[in-house]
Design a protein around this ligand. Structure first.
Ligand code: MRU
Length: 358
């Protein structure tokens, strides 16, 4: 399965090459495939803020490379470059608030910097750390794909209809995806009859990115309006809702793209299983519950305008872009460290004590 999955890894969103970070501009997909080069921490922070790159793991990986770019410029400028680098950590940490992978990656970079030994080159150490964050996310994707696929098979070994939300694929990660990685593995294992992809208003990550990734690989996919999900659970024989996460708290609550919570409520009502797939870098054990997660609010124009043109009435628009699904609506959280069924605080604590599987 691992070899098959690696062969299915066709799209990537992040490329560290020739000392520069190259990002596939996700705002233009699928109409245009345009790569943008970045050589500064400020540039990378702006790319994250403006959604050139998005998806929790991809944001963390990009921020790690942003630290490398910042350190290179600060070292070249001379003086107390470590103190000056704090400004880069700050600008990167302020780029988006909800996905904890961003802060996790910045912490890893900071800790690596503090561990630089005599005789080591700080810049090389930081670059190696960023590459390792990128590579380990790819490995985590492979492990989670296998574990999630086995969970689907355990409940039903025949082809079935799955529903997903937002984009959790190659574009959102360092590998081929979290929830979408599980869906890819299930497809390779003959377990997928059809994938229903929520369009995911207002950024249309489902319509533009998920549908594109799946269609490119020949996975049978139908696009649906977000509001059609309950109806489809009732009529289309959906067995699993499979989503990613931006932050999972110590009690198993999950922040993910706005609309995930209502999917979980609807799944419970219709007897549809609900799976969350995320690397352990998405788990924030410092927060007791989802009530403590900062929820990003974006500009109302994302709802009021379409294609740069005002289409809504001139009213105030409320635009929270994530919501929190309580743990008791979740059947399983799949991570590279293992699977937690019916998550709660005790099971999450036990999971985080285990060693990585890879
Ligand atoms: O606003 P976005 O596009 O960054 O939101 C992305 C999501 O909510 C994803 O579901 C989540 O990051 C998991 S990606 C593997």
């Amino acid at each position: 399965m691992r070899e098959q999955l690696l062969a299915a890894e066709k799209v990537k969103a992040i490329d560290w090459r020739d000392g520069m970070l190259h990002l596939l501009d996700q705002r233009l997909l699928p109409a245009e495939e345009n790569w943008l080069p970045y050589d500064s921490a400020e540039g990378v922070a702006q790319a994250i803020r403006q959604m050139v790159v998005r998806g929790a793991p991809a944001i963390g990986i990009s921020a790690a490379y942003g630290v490398v770019l910042g350190a290179r410029a600060r070292i070249a400028a001379g003086g107390d470059w470590r103190a000056a680098l704090e400004a880069d950590f700050k600008v990167l940490s302020e780029s988006r608030p909800t996905a904890v992978n961003l802060f996790w990656a910045l912490n890893r970079m900071r800790e690596r910097l503090e561990r630089v030994r005599d005789g080591e080159t700080p810049l090389q150490a930081l670059e190696a750390e960023a590459v390792s964050i990128h590579e380990s996310d790819r490995e985590a994707n492979l492990t989670m794909a296998q574990l999630g696929m086995e969970l689907i098979r355990k409940h039903q070994g025949s082809p079935q209809a799955l529903l997903t939300h937002c984009n959790t694929g190659a574009l959102a990660t360092g590998g081929f995806g979290t929830a979408l990685g599980v869906i890819r593995a299930a497809h390779l294992d003959g377990l997928v009859e059809r994938v229903y992809a929520d369009e995911t208003r207002p950024w249309l990550q489902g319509a533009r990115l998920t549908a594109w990734e799946l269609a490119n690989e020949g996975v049978p996919v139908s696009l649906n309006a977000d509001a059609a999900a309950a109806h489809l659970m009732k009529t289309a024989g959906i067995t699993w809702v499979i989503v990613g996460a931006d932050r999972i708290t110590a009690n198993g609550d999950v922040a993910n793209k706005i609309g995930t919570y209502q999917l979980a409520v609807n799944a419970m009502h219709h007897g549809v299983r609900f799976m969350v797939v995320a690397p352990s870098s998405t788990i924030d054990m410092s927060l007791e519950s989802g009530d403590d997660i900062p929820i990003e609010e974006r500009d109302g124009s994302e709802l009021l305008d379409l294609g740069g043109r005002r289409v809504a009435a001139e009213v105030h628009a409320v635009n929270p872009v994530f919501d929190v699904t309580p743990a008791d609506l979740i059947d399983a959280i799949v991570t590279e460290k293992g699977v937690v069924e019916r998550p709660d605080a005790a099971k999450m604590a036990q999971l985080m004590c285990r060693k990585r599987l890879h």
